[in-house]
Design a protein around this ligand. Structure first.
Ligand SMILES: Cc1cc2nc3c(=O)[nH]c(=O)nc-3n(C[C@H](O)[C@H](O)[C@H](O)COP(=O)(O)OP(=O)(O)OC[C@H]3O[C@@H](n4cnc5c(N)ncnc54)[C@H](O)[C@@H]3O)c2cc1C
Length: 283
């Protein structure tokens, strides 16, 4: 049984791009930049993977046609990673050809740890070929991220640092919040020192306040890094950060395949369950 969309609408802008455009424009009008994300993961057949690339290309076109200030985020398991790595890389490069030709930006979201190495391998190739149009994500909770961050920072890669949304085992990932936050701060320092424009995806006041203090103390200008948050969460904080002179971006997911994303948001924070319920009962 499919849950009705009303459950997801707190975190998902619409079930189609067209449906999401008014929300996207509203956010842009508040001086918030966007990352649009067509929801979905783990495509199992070649036709669906190729169709997904076409949909991503239409999304890039739609962003231009509607004058939206938005990049896109993608999941490479939607481009056929589980089927064949070369096929997936070709699909990604087909999308990046368009992004490069139109001067647009594509970020490869990071999925569960089974995909970390292959995602970074494909990313590094893409970074060489499409520099300035491609970025990826590092999850501070993974022990390996200490090394990954150093390597990517040396390449001046465009990185969004997050805690990590997937449940990972204790032998490869920090399990408690103080350790995850400490790892986030150490990795953030490397990105701020070595890369041109790091992005930080978090709603956590402790990390936001730390980033503000650390950058001020180290004379790092407010316009040289970006705060990112998810659609439906802490929009007022994002507006305030923008007014304070920080760069900001909201990640705006849309599409019919919203259940896995929605489930991760509920699992993350029990308050999110109340958010969902309150939205459902609001007219
Ligand atoms: C833009 C963006 C992109 C992301 N991309 C990826 C990705 O590619 N791969 C991936 O694995 N994960 C991704 N994530 C998810 C990320 O890994 C975390 O799972 C998610 O952001 C929750 O961690 P948090 O730091 O935001 O705060 P949490 O760990 O959920 O919360 C910590 C504390 O922050 C405060 N807080 C949190 N939310 C709120 C709120 N709504 N209002 C008030 N206070 C709050 C509370 O004090 C809370 O106790 C992304 C997140 C963002 C923001």
């Amino acid at each position: 049984m499919k849950l009705p969309f009303i459950f997801a609408k707190r975190f998902v802008a619409g079930e189609s791009f067209t449906e999401s455009i008014p929300k996207a424009k509203e956010l842009n009008n508040k001086n918030l930049k966007l990352t649009l994300d067509l929801l979905g993961e783990n495509v199992e057949d070649r036709k669906t993977a190729s169709d997904t690339v076409d949909s991503y290309i239409r999304l890039l076109d739609g962003i231009k046609e509607n004058n939206l200030d938005s990049s896109i985020s993608i999941k490479i398991t939607m481009m056929g990673l589980d089927i064949d790595h070369d096929f997936c890389r070709e699909n990604l490069f087909r999308l990046l050809d368009v992004a490069q030709a139109h001067d647009q930006f594509v970020r490869i979201d990071m999925e569960g740890s089974d995909y970390t190495q292959v995602t970074l391998d494909i990313f590094k190739e893409a970074h060489e070929k499409y520099r300035g149009h491609i970025g990826t994500v590092i999850q501070s909770m993974l022990y390996r991220s200490v090394n990954d961050i150093n390597e990517l920072a040396e390449m001046n890669a465009d990185i969004r640092l997050v805690k990590g949304a997937y449940k990972e085992p204790a032998n490869i990932a920090h399990q408690n919040m103080p350790d995850i936050r400490a790892a986030f701060k150490e990795q953030a320092k490397v990105l701020l020192e070595k890369t041109s424009f790091p992005r930080f995806g978090t709603h956590d006041d402790e990390l936001i306040d730390w980033l503000k203090t650390y950058t001020t103390d180290n004379n790092i200008p407010r316009e040289s890094f970006e705060f990112q948050m998810l659609y439906g969460l802490r929009e007022d904080t994002m507006v305030q950060l923008t007014e304070e002179g920080y760069r900001t971006r909201i990640y705006v997911p849309f599409g019919t395949d919203w259940l896995p994303y929605f489930t991760r948001r509920l699992a993350e924070r029990k308050e999110n369950i109340w958010f969902v319920l309150s939205t459902m009962f609001k007219k």
